[in-house]
Design a protein. Structure first.
Length: 279
């Protein structure tokens, strides 16, 4: 389906929905990935921190789906920021995943106080120019971080992966990214089910469309031109999250969900994260 693909700022196609594999263990990986592939997922989002690149790579290889039909994202962990260490960590990710290129490689957190994200990103630019990665970007960057990065580097990030959901819609950051042709990926699209899916507004909208609250929230993200990587290891939930391309939300329903924003950040504030503070 053409409508399930987003074209990044360099023209490279990225599926609008992928499977996040955060906290999916090696033992759970086969069931999760096989279920995802069966219903149509082709994008998978991992990271050094998740400690499951090897398991993900193994299951994808066993699936016998052509590598160029898959979209694999991984991330540089904070402890390895810096030009040379970024190159080294990227190559180790390739080895763990059992592939000779990545579709997308991201800096996991800016760690702005440590002042290494610019030279780390310059390493990503080199990897991109060498053809080892098809697109490069960042995670958890604020407008200020992006401005500083873009002033000092040549390639505008293709993606900024951030926490965003109806209770924390980051509209100003979304507007800035839209204006600069940076795709926003929501890494906590369903707020990890901490009450969001029981919100009466969302429950009522879901009833009207004969969809689940999760499907309505994911469709709301797509209406805002975002990419989404809902995490699940449950086959039924994996399928439910993917089956969102057969309906569109009315403008009034989108506005109603927009109005739920309460600036309720669930994860870490990017300005508080330094090298060594997260494990």
């Amino acid at each position: 389906m053409e409508n399930d693909v987003y074209y990044l700022n360099n023209g490279y196609p990225m599926p609008k929905i992928g499977l996040g594999v955060y906290k999916i263990t090696d033992n759970e990986m086969a069931t999760a990935i096989e279920s995802a592939l069966e219903v149509g997922y082709r994008a998978f989002d991992t990271a050094y921190l998740y400690d499951n690149e090897v398991a993900l790579g193994r299951v994808l290889k066993q699936s016998e789906i052509a590598r160029d039909s898959l979209f694999i994202t991984s991330k540089l962990w904070n402890d390895y920021q810096g030009f040379e260490s970024t190159l080294e960590q990227f190559n180790q990710s390739l080895e763990r995943l059992g592939t000779d290129y990545l579709d997308l490689y991201l800096i996991h957190w800016p760690c702005a106080e440590d002042d290494l994200f610019i030279e780390s990103y310059k390493a990503l630019e080199q990897l991109y120019e060498e053809g080892k990665v098809r697109a490069i970007g960042v995670c958890n960057f604020t407008k200020e971080h992006l401005e500083k990065l873009m002033d000092a580097t040549d390639i505008v990030p293709a993606v900024n992966q951030v926490e965003v959901h109806p209770y924390f819609n980051q509209q100003q950051l979304q507007d800035f990214c839209d204006d600069n042709d940076i795709a926003v990926t929501a890494w906590m699209p369903l707020m990890r089910n901490r009450g969001l899916l029981d919100d009466p507004v969302i429950v009522e909208i879901a009833k009207r469309y004969n969809k689940t609250p999760a499907q309505v929230v994911l469709r709301w993200h797509l209406a805002h031109n975002r990419l989404i990587i809902p995490k699940s290891k449950t086959p039924e939930r994996i399928e439910e999250n993917f089956n969102i391309f057969d309906f569109n939300l009315e403008v009034t329903d989108i506005a109603e969900i927009d109005a739920l924003n309460r600036n309720d950040r669930q994860g870490h504030d990017p300005d508080s994260v330094k090298i060594g503070t997260l494990r």
